[in-house]
Design a protein around this ligand. Structure first.
Ligand SMILES: [Zn+2]
Length: 307
């Protein structure tokens, strides 16, 4: 049969749109849309010259039983697929919005970097209240809104790819334990679009504060491992001091960055402040693509039986 139903995503999935590991690792919990039995994916002609045939099949079923399902599944239309996808997308987004700030912080405390536990609850409280940090945060918010509103979904997706490239090895490995990259990106794109709506402003602030701290950790790690990016001398002191410095001194520090020419480092006209902004934006995109959507979906299913 051509379609399977993902219990996890609440969507009908076409066999040729599902990667093998998604099925074999049971990442989506795919079942027969007619009888809800577990099914598996078959690819026929995979190694011959003929076009490959992708389909789902029951593990075991008597012939009559399977063909009954076959008949019912073959009557599924694209309209049914779209309707379910839209419903489940809206529903998933609801779960994420409710959980977003908690999930961002949990991701921060997570596994692939042991430096994060140094940054305590009181550190984040200082960040939230700092008038100086809010200067940068507000500036970044304006840019983020403009960027997301102007980009198509494909462009946002490409932007995610670009930022995944900048991840460290452990971070990439951590990411590979999640849903397939296509699904991670689709959900992250929905979230990015949600974040530019006015009611999501507190979530954006939370995302920014964690991106700010991630970038500091990344630069500190560069110093520790002596793999310098060239930004450490100028940016690291600013990231460290900004949260506790007065607004007046903060403005002075930012103005200094603006006068620090990085054209040679980047082979394009830019200064340390624009590079800082780009780096923070990159960290925000990395957090969005890294969030454990699979776990969130699972726990939302666990607490909402029958949905
Ligand atoms: Zn069936």
């Amino acid at each position: 049969m051509k379609f399977g139903k993902s219990l996890l995503l609440g969507e009908l999935l076409k066999a040729d749109a599902v990667d093998h590991p998604d099925v074999s690792d049971n990442r989506f919990w795919i079942v027969c849309p007619a009888c809800s039995e577990a099914i598996f994916k078959v690819v026929r002609n995979a190694e011959s010259d003929k076009p490959a045939l992708h389909y789902f099949s029951h593990y075991e079923a008597s012939k009559s039983y399977a063909s009954d399902c076959e008949l019912r599944v073959s009557s599924i239309t694209q309209h049914d697929v779209d309707r379910l996808a839209i419903q489940s997308r809206a529903q998933k987004l609801q779960y994420f919005i409710a959980a977003l700030q908690r999930v961002i912080h949990e991701d921060f405390l997570n596994p692939f970097d042991d430096q994060t536990h140094v940054f305590t609850e009181s550190y984040f409280r200082v960040l939230r209240r700092s008038g100086t940090v809010s200067l940068v945060r507000n500036m970044m918010y304006e840019d983020f809104v403009k960027l997301i509103k102007k980009m198509s979904e494909e462009e946002i997706s490409a932007f995610f790819d670009y930022n995944i490239e900048g991840m460290g090895q452990q971070e990439k490995e951590y990411l590979s334990t999640h849903l397939s990259m296509t699904t991670q990106k689709r959900i992250a794109t929905d979230l990015a679009k949600h974040l530019v709506t006015p009611q999501a402003r507190p979530s954006f602030h939370c995302l920014f504060d964690h991106a700010f701290t991630w970038f500091r950790i990344r630069l500190e790690n560069n110093v520790t491992t002596n793999e310098l990016s060239g930004l450490e001398n100028d940016l690291l002191p600013v990231l460290k001091k900004l949260p506790t410095t007065s607004r007046k001194k903060g403005i002075f520090m930012l103005a200094n960055l603006q006068e620090t020419d990085y054209s040679k480092l980047y082979n394009a006209k830019c200064n340390a402040l624009t590079i800082l902004e780009q780096a923070l934006q990159g960290e925000m995109f990395r957090i969005l693509i890294r969030l454990p959507y699979l776990d969130i979906l699972r726990s939302s299913l666990a607490t909402k039986p029958g949905t």
